[in-house]
Design a protein around this ligand. Sequence first.
Ligand code: AFP
Length: 359
Amino acid sequence: MHLGRTTLSKFLIQQLRDTDGGNDLAALLVDVAAAVKAISAMTAKGALSGFLGALESSNGQGETQKKLDVLANEIMLRSCDWGGLVAGMASEELDEPYELPTDHARGQYLLIFDPLDGSSNTDVNVSVGTIFSVLRHAGAQAPVGADYLKPGRVQVAAGYAIYGPATMLVLTVGKGTHGFTLDREIGNFILTHPNLTIPEDTSEFAINTSNARFWEAPVHRYVTECQAGRTGDRRRDFNMRWIASMVAEVHRILMRGGVFMYPKDTKDPGKPGRLRLLYEANPIGWLIEQAGGRASTGRQRILDVAPTALHQRVPVILGSRHEVERIERYHAEYDAGTDRPFESPLFNERSLFRPEARV
Ligand code: AFP
């Protein structure tokens, strides 16, 4: 592979030449890349596009939809529904799976995606992304809902686009995680980051600390130790980031290491986490594992979670292997009742949170 010269198409032909159905999978990923180029051009216009701001509508999960959410969703569907490569699609923006028009040929793959992740950032010009997962669909019959509910370990391709200063596509077909940068002048994705590898250790963590009062004890324990830095058990200082755009956090971790946490919390007991399994945690989790990292719910490998619903949410802890393993160990000790008594600084005698402190 020649850096700076290998295009996405050439790379996929090389990677999939010996894979059953590889030509169709490569062609589908090229269709996804075409949609990404169109979404990139749209988001790059910013306020000039007239597409910023929220709609009156909300998606099936009651979340306010941005105009760009809906437009990005349309671009993904229109780019991928006519090539005879997919049997069906599912999207964060659609309550139910998308059924192909009856006059469209059906293919052997299911495409599941979040068309614009981090869209709450579009109005403030912060990087956002598109996340996608590909499953194989056996048989000639049209897919039904259950066909999408497959564990992440059976994905055949996964990736994300990040619409940042540069637009990049990062993907895996099970042979490593590789990054491509969009050359806007020629309209091609060029291989710039082959075989991405996440450092096993890190001193950088990403979590929304405004949710601290809702976390479970093992997460409190881990974050408090990071905040204690060299004065505490970890004996080194840590840095924190939170962009509120999963793709941007994950991209940083793939580039230089780190750990990302959106853990189970009690903020909304009906939601065991914020992030969705099928089109956020699974594709990102596979990319992380293919780059030598680890992706966990805190108690289970994400790719082994058995889906029960299209838009189900899971806790997500992923990134540098040794840090994720430590956080899993803290969960195991907590569940076994063997974790040492842990007094969160939120509730110790010097804290404003103690009842008598409020008098
Ligand atoms: P949006 O797509 O609604 O902006 O949500 C983005 C996201 O799912 C994920 O990309 C971020 O990591 C996470 O939400 C941010 O959540 P908080 O806003 O609670 O920090």
